[in-house]
Design a protein around this ligand. Structure first.
Ligand SMILES: C[S@@+](CC[C@H](N)C(=O)[O-])C[C@H]1O[C@@H](n2cnc3c(N)ncnc32)[C@H](O)[C@@H]1O
Length: 205
């Protein structure tokens, strides 16, 4: 899907996003941020930060930068970030073309965005580039069964997924191959295992 179309979809959906996808997807956000909070990372990049639902969860001494394609989603994120000392900056930016220098961040997080970007290979190329060698790259997403058979919850979620341009057929094997990194761990992160937290370690320099 084209970037303009994705931008338009999230522009339209920004007003209802938190009500529809807030609590439903919270466990995954918590799992990823808990992992970051427990690590020795200080500077964190969150791509596809959306309305900033994860921002209050980060430890207050971290330096968090969020980016998103949608100005409307970012407006909500900026309201939410008011008074949060851990939020360094929120930028309108394409996660496939990041305006940051190499090795700018200790860790990078992508929550519910890997299956939205048009080119996941470019997304991971950028995450590997801006994350320091050896840093954590965390992905939270629904992963489809390897058999390719859609589950009941997939069918239930299909209209909402389509409305938000989310591909529901992303498999762990595809994610790992595209990331070009070894998977360090996979854990259930909500909705009875429908959502997974996948931990990658960036290549050493
Ligand atoms: C399903 S929402 C997830 C938002 C947030 N991470 C959360 O946990 O609720 C996907 C977000 O990714 C953003 N997005 C989609 N494609 C993007 C891209 N190429 N670059 C940056 N953000 C993108 C959308 O605008 C939207 O805010």
């Amino acid at each position: 899907m084209e970037l303009d179309l994705i931008r338009r979809l999230y522009g339209k959906g920004a007003g209802i996003y938190d009500a529809v996808f807030g609590p439903l997807l919270d466990r995954g956000r918590q799992a990823a941020v808990e992992a970051i909070n427990a690590s020795d990372a200080r500077s964190v990049l969150e791509v596809g930060v959306g309305t900033g639902l994860s921002l209050p969860l980060y430890r207050h001494d971290l330096r968090v930068t969020g980016i998103d394609l949608s100005p409307e989603m970012l407006t909500k994120a900026r309201e939410r970030a008011r008074g949060l000392e851990q939020v360094d900056a929120l930028h309108e930016m394409d996660a496939q073309n990041l305006a940051f220098a190499d090795a700018s961040f200790d860790a990078a997080v992508a929550m519910y965005v890997a299956a939205v970007v048009p080119d996941m290979g470019r997304l991971f190329g950028e995450l590997r580039r801006v994350c320091k060698p050896g840093g954590s790259i965390l992905v939270v997403n629904h992963l489809a069964a390897e058999s390719g058979v859609l589950g009941a919850f997939d069918r239930l979620m299909a209209p909402a997924s389509r409305a938000m341009a989310v591909r529901s057929d992303l498999k762990l094997k595809t994610l790992a191959e595209t990331a070009g990194l070894a998977v360090e761990g996979v854990e259930d992160a909500g909705i009875g295992g429908y959502i997974k937290l996948v931990r990658f370690r960036n290549r050493p320099g």
